[in-house]
Structures are given as structure tokens and as C-alpha cells.
Design a binder for this molecule. Structure first.
Ligand SMILES: CC(C)(COP(=O)(O)OP(=O)(O)OC[C@H]1O[C@@H](n2cnc3c(N)ncnc32)[C@H](O)[C@@H]1OP(=O)(O)O)[C@@H](O)C(=O)NCCC(=O)NCCS
Length: 173
């Protein structure tokens, strides 16, 4: 896609990123969530990505650490949230570019899986599958129909595991 570049967030991008989320979502819950995640140990700077169009930030995606817990042990995987594209630039494939870049970066960093709570049709187009394929549960108060996952390394998700999100996510979900 012409003129769109995707890169990691810089310190001076924060206001522009807030504006992207304020324009795409109702209210400022996502802005507050991102602010708190940035200050948490779950934040991974390389996995906060912005999309630029003519050097202006028009999209943002964040992947942060969550815990996958089964009966025997646990492992850190990633949760995609939030993601937004400014309405004037939507339907141009920018969201898709952001997801693809984030997944590639997550693989480079050695993470084994990504989960997401949100529009299943959107994420299934991008290679996510219903979380029920792995009988996953999650700590968010959402319908499991909205929960999807992607393995970056085979057999990371196992069967019947629980995904534990940091409690700050409940301000949005
Ligand atoms: C969802 C969002 C990030 C998509 O960004 P985008 O750059 O428009 O996405 P793309 O251009 O890559 O893909 C667009 C396609 O995704 C699908 N799509 C977009 N929004 C969708 C939704 N809410 N539910 C299901 N599918 C959706 C459509 O098939 C669309 O295809 P079309 O352009 O032919 O109509 C953007 O619409 C947005 O910021 N929405 C508001 C915030 C939000 O809901 N974020 C996701 C939280 S889970």
C-alpha cells in the first residue's frame, strides 16, 4: 500500500496515538487503558506500532503480555488490544497492515501466541481462529464468541487453558 509505513511508537507519538483512539472509539477508555499499560510490566515497546500516512499517525496497535495458565504451568503470550484507525482512513487496509506487522514482530521476539477480544469476522480474515478451537477461557467478562487466538508456535495454546488479562483491562471490557 502506497505511503503507509508502520513502525514502533516513539515517546513523542503519545498525543497523536491518543487522538487516533479518541477518533475511532466512543469515549476515552482505550486511551486510559494504553496509558496504564505503558506503565506496567506487561508493556513491550516494540509491540506498540503506529501507521503513518504522509508522516501523520493514522493508526495504532498494541500487543501486551498476558498469562496463559493451564493445570500444570503458565507462559506469557500476547493480547492484541486496543487497535484503531482514524475513520477518515479506514477500509484502506491500514488495520490489516498493523496486525500483520505486529504478528511478525511478535514472532521475531519469540512469543508463541496472540489472543484478541473483538470482532471475530475482522480477526478471522487475518488468520485468527475461534478461541473455542483450543477450548480457551479468559479472565475478561466477555462472551467467548468474541475471543480469538493465533498460534505463532505450534502447540503453545494447548487445550482448556485460561488467559489471564491484567485487571486494568476490565475498565474497557
Ligand atoms: C477495526 C479497524 C481497526 C479496522 O481498520 P481498517 O484500517 O479499516 O481495516 P482494513 O482496511 O484493514 O479492513 C477493513 C475490512 O475489515 C472488515 N471490518 C472492519 N471493521 C469491522 C468490524 N467492526 N467487524 C467486522 N469486520 C470489520 C471489513 O471486512 C472491512 O472490509 P471493507 O473495507 O471491504 O468494508 C477500524 O475500523 C477501527 O478503528 N474501528 C474502531 C475501533 C475498533 O473497533 N477497534 C478494534 C477493536 S477490537
Amino acid at each position: 500500500m502506497d505511503q503507509i509505513t508502520v513502525r514502533s511508537e516513539h515517546a513523542d507519538d503519545i498525543k497523536a496515538i491518543d487522538v487516533v483512539h479518541l477518533s475511532a472509539f466512543e469515549g476515552d477508555d482505550e486511551v486510559g487503558l494504553i496509558e496504564q499499560l505503558r506503565q506496567s510490566s506487561n508493556y513491550i515497546p516494540e509491540l506498540s506500532l503506529v501507521a503513518e500516512f504522509n508522516k501523520r499517525i493514522v493508526g495504532h496497535i498494541l500487543l501486551t503480555r498476558v498469562r496463559l495458565q493451564n493445570e500444570r504451568d503458565g507462559v506469557d503470550i500476547l493480547a492484541l488490544a486496543p487497535m484503531a484507525v482514524v475513520p477518515s482512513q479506514s477500509h484502506r487496509g491500514i488495520g490489516t497492515e498493523l496486525v500483520e506487522h505486529a504478528i511478525n514482530k511478535a514472532k521475531e521476539l519469540g512469543y508463541g501466541a496472540v489472543v484478541v477480544a473483538g470482532h471475530p469476522d475482522y480477526y478471522h480474515r487475518l488468520g485468527f481462529k475461534p478461541a473455542s478451537d483450543w477450548d480457551l477461557h479468559c479472565s475478561l467478562p466477555i462472551s467467548l464468541d468474541l475471543f480469538s487466538a493465533m498460534e505463532l508456535t505450534d502447540n503453545t495454546l494447548g487445550k482448556g487453558s485460561n488467559i489471564i488479562y491484567p485487571s486494568i483491562f476490565t475498565q474497557v471490557y
